[in-house]
Design a protein around this ligand. Sequence first.
Ligand code: NI
Length: 137
Amino acid sequence: VSGIAYSSRRFAFAAAHRYWVDAWSAVENEQFFGRLTVPHGHNYALEVTVRGPIDPQTGMVINLTELKSIVNGAVVERFDHADLNADPLFRGRVPTTENVATAVWGLLAAKLGPERLWQVRVWEDDTLYVDYRGEGA
Ligand code: NI
């Protein structure tokens, strides 16, 4: 039996952010975002799913050690204990869970290839996650 499989690996990072639209006044920001305008932190979880044929020799979709080192190098080391608002990826973009997911996608698609990367799921906390599968998905 062969075929396509989807393999996911979970990662974690802690990061700070606040929600703020530069084009808005302080009053407008506070009306829209409330307390989210105040800097605070989250323990994020990231689930990266790769898709592909199961290699008949290794039995794997991707070398999971390679996946771990790619995600740690490209995403976890960049965002862990970071102020997301200070990262150039969030210049002019509110660091919402949606925008974190698209930023992670961009960092990983460059390393894994968009054909192998199937989905990134970013958990901001136990109650909120966002899935992103690339543009047009
Ligand atoms: Ni927050």
